[in-house]
Design a protein around this ligand. Structure first.
Ligand SMILES: Cc1cc2nc3c(=O)[nH]c(=O)nc-3n(C[C@H](O)[C@H](O)[C@H](O)COP(=O)(O)OP(=O)(O)OC[C@H]3O[C@@H](n4cnc5c(N)ncnc54)[C@H](O)[C@@H]3O)c2cc1C
Length: 432
């Protein structure tokens, strides 16, 4: 499918919001975090734990964005993005991108124990199903390179799959990649519990206020201009997902908004057990603790694959395809009722590796005191926990200590329009 280049870098749009007339903003803050998704919430928690008092400014409610609309699968192997992202990370001196993504999963496990009420972490593993010969070849290749870098991963065929995932119609599956260390979370709990814990330590969260501009004085960040007045701040972190180009226009060249759909079934008795994916994460599903099955994807059926769209309106052609795939792979779910559907925005980075670190201008000049975290490319759970921690270390102590942030340096993208690498390998097909 040929898409005009402008679809990859659409006109920036600020996040929609209706504004809270009663919202009260302080005039100053030590550090402002813009956006209360899982990236902003993770950074706010780690900043507060580092002894700072972050002010989180959210245009809507926490988890309004992608963090309240995802499937909730934490995949250390990053689906089809793994080979290219790990190559870029290694070129920046990292051992493997797995050091970051598996650390995020460790942090999620720890948050389950540390945050009151937990985040519903379930270490159920994930099963990546290969339905075609081409997918099987790819799954085997991915398993090989991930295992070589230390991920516990195994390719299984029909008999083992029957034991591992008894609800799946094994006759439709050629092979599957089993990753036992993966898991699922309740993303609302992750965001809200993290913010609550940050607030216990002195953070403030203000909602219904939109940041309109980063204030820069003498070449360094001085605060933010908002719908409710200015806030002076020593540091500002923008964790604003697909809406980042409205605040940092050059990011438009680097990050593409993509609409993605989810449907939710009524609760079912059949226990699916794992997180599942097909077609290199283009479709993915999991069962919630309460029995509902949540399945997302089929961007290929959206108008122009949802690429370049800032709209979160559900396109009617997508939900039936998600329901069809679920019934095809899990025959007992063939007639299950769908009770909800929604769409959200992914932010795909052109080279698939996120942008996280000091903010720069489009000629690569660092703006001291300003920081950026966006371009998470559909894998919030394996990135947000570790990137939030590393950014907090950078802001609080002047350097990321746990792991290097170099692989995510936004300067990789500044002033350059890279052709997106993420359209390959599979987009799947729309069933007739
Ligand atoms: C349908 C779907 C399924 C997905 N499934 C998975 C999955 O299974 N596993 C996985 O790991 N990832 C998944 N993802 C990706 C994951 O949801 C995202 O990568 C992650 O949530 C991004 O977090 P964030 O904090 O960067 O962005 P968001 O959650 O979008 O948060 C950004 C916040 O910033 C606020 N904001 C923006 N601009 C401003 C402003 N100017 N002023 C104030 N506030 C502002 C927004 O209101 C928003 O709340 C999925 C995404 C979608 C859409």
């Amino acid at each position: 499918m040929a898409l005009p280049a402008a679809r990859f870098a659409p006109e920036p749009q600020p996040v929609p919001f209706s504004g809270d007339p009663a919202a009260a903003l302080p005039a100053t803050a030590e550090v402002v975090v813009v956006g209360a998704g899982m990236v902003g919430a993770s950074a706010a928690l780690r900043l507060a734990q580092a002894g700072m008092r972050p002010l989180v400014i959210e245009a809507n409610a926490p988890a309004f964005g992608a963090s309240g609309r995802l499937a909730g699968m934490a995949l250390a192997g990053l689906g089809g993005h793994f080979p290219r992202v790990t190559r870029l990370a290694q070129a920046s001196g990292a051992r493997s991108i797995l050091d970051y993504t598996t650390r995020s999963l460790d942090l999620l496990r720890a948050l389950e124990a540390e945050l009151p009420g937990g985040i519903e972490w379930q270490g159920v593993g994930s099963v990546d199903l290969a339905l075609t010969q081409e997918e099987e070849r790819h799954v085997r290749h991915m398993a090989e390179i991930q295992a070589a870098e230390g991920l516990a991963v195994e390719v299984v065929t029909s008999d083992a799959l029957r034991d591992l995932a008894p609800g799946v119609d094994a006759t439709t599956v050629r092979a599957a990649k089993w990753t036992p260390g993966d898991g699922t979370v309740n993303p609302f709990r992750l965001v809200y519990r993290s913010l609550e814990a940050a607030m216990q330590l002195g953070a403030q969260v203000v909602t219904g206020v939109r940041v309109e501009e980063l204030l820069v004085r003498g070449g360094r960040a001085a605060g933010v201009r908002t719908s409710h007045g200015d806030v002076a701040a020593g540091s500002v972190l923008m964790a604003t997902n697909a809406w980042t180009p409205a605040l940092v226009p050059w990011v438009r060249q680097a990050v593409t908004p993509i609409r993605e759909h989810i449907i939710v079934t009524e609760p079912v008795d059949l226990a699916l057990g794992h997180g599942f994916e097909t077609n290199q994460c283009n479709e993915y599903w999991r069962q919630m603790r309460t029995g509902e099955v949540l399945i997302g994807g089929y961007a290929v059926a959206d108008d122009e694959m949802g690429i370049g769209s800032y709209s979160m309106t559900v396109r009617p052609q997508v939900p039936p395809l998600l329901a069809h795939l679920l019934g095809q792979l899990h025959p007992k779910l063939r007639d299950v009722r769908v009770v909800r559907t929604w769409a959200g925005l992914l932010d795909f980075a052109a080279l698939e590796i996120p942008l996280a670190g000091p903010l720069c201008t489009d000629d690569g000049t660092i703006v001291p005191g300003a920081f950026l975290a966006c371009g998470i490319t559909g894998h919030g759970l394996p990135y947000a926990p570790i990137l939030g921690l590393l950014l907090a270390e950078l802001i609080a102590d002047g350097a990321a200590r746990t792991l290097s942030l170099d692989p995510f340096d936004p300067r990789r993208y500044a002033g350059q329009a890279h052709a997106p690498t993420w359209l390959a390998p599979f987009q799947g097909v729309v069933p007739a």
